[in-house]
Design a protein around this ligand. Structure first.
Ligand SMILES: [Ca+2]
Length: 296
């Protein structure tokens, strides 16, 4: 028996026998309604669901105003390892640092932007599923998905210097001046003291009145937290003070061209502050793209 959950033309969840390839806690933002169910005699079920509700309904209101939908232009395309199941991406000092999964294939790597070549890497133990990463004060912080354990590495040597722990799942990671900022697949962002890993605060993310779940890879850019919404082709800049989504950045055209497999969704966003370059990629994508967001 297998069940495939679709959002539009994209596969969102897969059940095979007793095995759930994505956990039940990863709730898809699909609430508009089921528009069709097909059950075939050979034991395959497909459940098709209408467009994700978050982008559709969230064009509603922030204090009576529409949330703008912004388009992007591709400035430049770079090669990306098509076998890198990207979970975290950050720019530092002329290089990209990337966290990849799946179990048994999880890694931390330093990547040459122009060639996509992996310059330095370390493999995670097979029991860990790599997730988001960020770099702060000479250290790399890397999450794991379900193990509630993060790893700390020396930026130069990639030598593991410690671990930290959190209560939730680990999805995306970034930082501001004072905190590590973690997403866990809900609509909450958690802020941790990078020295003590004490939880400082939680921020609930909303588009108008609607909770925005499935917050995934993160990047802190000019005072806003940018978050992918897992299994949507949208990126959301979030106000870190009140949790409101300030815009929907529409990446559908790029995603539909680059995505090569059902789980190969957009993931990975990195910002070069000095050069004002914004990079995006996805899981197992062959390209890394430098994009410019078109402000309205
Ligand atoms: Ca990032």
């Amino acid at each position: 028996m297998s069940v495939d959950l679709f959002s539009g033309r994209k596969l969102g969840m897969i059940w095979r026998g007793q095995t759930l390839r994505r956990p039940a806690t990863r709730v898809l933002p699909l609430t508009i309604g089921v528009i069709g169910v097909w059950l075939s005699g050979c034991g395959t079920a497909q459940v098709a669901i209408a467009k994700p509700s978050v982008p559709a309904r969230s064009a509603s209101a922030i204090a009576g105003t529409q949330i703008p939908v912004l388009s992007v232009n591709v400035i430049k395309t770079f090669p990306h390892d098509p076998k890198a199941f990207t979970q975290g991406l950050e720019y530092y000092g002329g290089f990209l640092y990337e966290s990849t999964s799946l179990k048994g294939k999880s890694s931390l790597r330093k990547v040459d932007i122009d060639t996509g070549r992996v310059l330095q890497s370390v493999a995670l133990s097979p029991e860990y599923f790599g997730e988001g990463l960020t770099i702060l004060r000479g250290k790399i912080y890397q999450l794991t998905w379900l193990s509630k354990t993060g790893f700390i590495y020396d930026l130069q040597t990639f030598r593991k210097s410690g671990e930290f722990h959190y209560e939730s799942e680990g999805w995306g990671l970034t930082h501001d001046e004072h905190s590590l900022i973690l997403s866990d697949g809900t609509n909450q962002l958690q802020f941790f003291d990078p020295a003590t890993f004490q939880l400082q605060r939680r921020l609930e993310v909303y588009a108008g009145q609607e909770a925005v779940v499935n917050l995934n890879e993160l990047e802190y850019i000019h005072g806003r937290i940018y978050a992918y919404i897992w299994h949507s082709a949208r990126l959301a800049p979030i106000d870190p003070h009140n949790g409101q989504v300030l815009a929907w950045i529409d990446l559908e055209k790029i995603s539909s061209k680059e995505q090569r497999e059902p789980e190969g969704v957009l993931n990975g966003i990195a910002y070069d502050r000095k050069g004002d370059r914004l990079f995006i990629t996805g899981k197992d994508w062959a390209d890394l793209l430098q994009i410019k967001i078109e402000e309205k």
